[in-house]
Design a protein around this ligand. Sequence first.
Ligand code: TRP
Length: 449
Amino acid sequence: MADRGEFSSRFGFLMAAAGSAIGLGNIWGFPTNAASNGGAAFLLVYLVLVFGLAWPALMAELIIGRHAQANAVRALQGLARGPFTRRLGTFVGFAGILTVSLILSFYAIIGGWMLAWAVEAPARLLGLDAVSSWLRTDAVPRNALFDALFMGLTILIIMAGVRNGIEKWGTRLMPSLILILLCLIAYVLTLEGAMDGLAAYLIPDFSEALDPQLIINALGQAFFSLSLGVGTMLIYGSYISQRESLSTVGWMVAALDTSFAFLAGLLILPAMYVALASGVEIFDADGALVAGPGLIVVVLPALFDTMGGAGGFISFAFFILMSIAALTSSISMLEVPVAYVVETRGISRHRATLGIGMLITVISLTIVANFGVLFDSVVTLTTEYSQPLLGLFFAVFVGWIWHRKGVLEELQKGHAGVEHTLFWKWWPFYIRYICPLAILAVYVQLLRG
Ligand code: TRP
């Protein structure tokens, strides 16, 4: 087998895994979902689903990954007990690779917007008005250019491998991200209208909490946010040292990701209401929130514009923050197909990354050119239909196909006495019964439309 690489420290793994989990999904997806689904009601359901379903599923992926020391296809095949489950493993592994490649192809477009807006502010500050207005205008050439640029950056980091690429960038970028976010929150809360946003975010409307659509959205958001179902976390798990306690790091990743989503809500919701207070439309004619992919790049620039001279700097900080968050996520997506090809086809990491990266760039550019037709369908197909279903299969593999003894042995590495913890008392039951059934229940709702 090819030399696989390993994270050099717990901090390195945490930053990388948290970097994967924390991304556009937290800073853009979560707050807008919360805002359009009853604010705190969504927050509440989301918290229940993250800790009740998504976190146990995250543990399943991390455990399989470290046990197998391989990509998702091989890992699942290795757990199989016979030809049928082996074929199921192959299918789920490949479906994950396909899903994550498609996720990356839409993610790179939004990542590209973030880059474009990050460049826009300095261009304006330098007085390059023509450049600035070109960068501000949503058009195919701009989107295509920055989409390709975003993919290029992703490819470069993945080429560098686990320690020099994924880990180095994660440990540098994630802490700076948190710092910038906190500063922006502190600033935005001083502005007029911010408190209305805070109220919308934190004061619950419980009548909405049991709405099936809200629950479907919250589950999709939870799986997307923790990067589940496609083998991303499985691969990252395979790079964790045997000396680490999986249950501890898994818990920390879920907690970090969720705190980040919560914090992002504290920035975005107030920022939207600040924008409202200064005359920017954030509700449509029906009183519904202007959500959709364009929210961030319509409402927030308008907000920054109202801030006078400081606006340029804040806009720059914000979009750099978004670009960084998006990149530490996109590298975790590209790693999935790359690890598969490197490990099973014996192709070098360089070549594999370049080849697959270019293929995904082409798909992504096709979506850019046909945005209205393709974008929403690709997002719905991958995140709402594919991800939870694949997550269900991962739970089935750990809960029903893999021997319980094997699971425990893996958990005991780096965590002596784990069999006496609360985690081992309830998690096996959970992953065997509750996770599959609950995901299935939400899925049936989804299919019934
Ligand atoms: N979780 C990331 C976010 O919230 C996105 C992400 C990274 C992802 N890797 C993934 C989503 C794998 C689905 C599957 O932005």
